[in-house]
Write a protein that binds this ligand. Structure first.
Ligand code: SF4
Length: 83
């Protein structure tokens, strides 16, 4: 899906996550927490654009700044399967 020629790539840093869980509250489609210690698990690195608002909110709210959201060109193929 196109969004003005860009899409968002999400990544998380499990080393700095403090397990506050705010990201999961913001967007449970994209983030989950490990059962054992509550550390964040990323469910999708390239969420649908209908989730962008929530993902950006989660990134802003994360107390540990563990969520990185990058704007990348829409023609980047995450699987590397484009010719
Ligand atoms: S909001 Fe940040 S600190 Fe809290 S679980 Fe999510 S990534 Fe970890």
């Amino acid at each position: 899906m196109s969004n003005n020629g860009f899409k968002l790539r999400v990544s998380v840093d499990q080393d700095v996550c403090v397990g506050a869980g705010l990201c999961v509250l913001s967007s449970s489609e994209v983030f989950d927490q490990r059962d054992e210690d509550g550390v964040v698990k990323l469910l999708q690195a390239y969420p649908d654009e209908s989730l962008y608002e929530k993902v950006l909110g989660a990134s802003r709210k994360c107390p540990a700044k563990a969520i990185k959201v990058e704007k990348i060109a829409d023609d980047v193929d995450p699987q590397g399967t484009q010719p």
